[in-house]
Design a binder for this molecule. Structure first.
Ligand code: FES
Length: 154
């Protein structure tokens, strides 16, 4: 889903409440690797918001996950800078072939998931990708293979 397809989250008037909600969602996600329905309920209860407000806000930001993902969540950038250096499509196809999954899927062993994202704010290192919170830039296909193989054994 691109940003134009997403509707804005419901208005939370107080900027402090909005900031607290994002921080609470981040912390809740850290506990399980994704925002479970129970985590959404807990955050809503603590901040006195509706579950709909919390879920809608979480679904707006790509950093929040509403479904479980692989232990190593690979995000490949298909933003303009990465596309122009011929990285995006080549890397996406390469990683998908290597892991035998399509973007949006998780390997059967739960180890890897693959997602296509827009700019990772690392255009000067295009092509860029992230594995969980770790950013990798200027990656060749051989370096990506080595990274995946290292992660597969960890
Ligand atoms: S376009 Fe890929 S990091 Fe910016």
């Amino acid at each position: 889903m691109n940003i134009a397809e997403r509707s804005l989250p419901p208005a939370i008037e107080d900027p402090r409440e909005r900031a607290m909600l994002l921080a609470a969602l981040y912390l809740a996600q850290e506990q399980n690797g994704w925002l479970t329905p129970e985590a959404i309920r807990r955050v809503a209860r603590r901040l006195k918001l509706s579950e709909g407000q919390v879920r809608s806000t979480a679904s707006f930001y790509t950093m929040f996950r509403l479904e479980p993902r692989g232990r190593y969540h690979i995000q490949v950038c298909e933003g303009l800078s990465c596309y122009l250096v011929d990285g995006a499509e080549t890397i996406i196809e390469h990683v998908a072939r290597k892991l035998k999954i399509r973007p949006g899927e998780t390997t059967p062993d739960g180890r890897f998931s693959l997602e296509i994202v827009q700019c990772l704010a690392a255009c000067d290192m295009a092509p860029a990708l992230k594995v969980n919170d770790e950013l990798y830039g200027n990656m060749s296909l051989a370096e990506i293979d080595a990274l995946i193989e290292r992660l597969a054994q960890s």
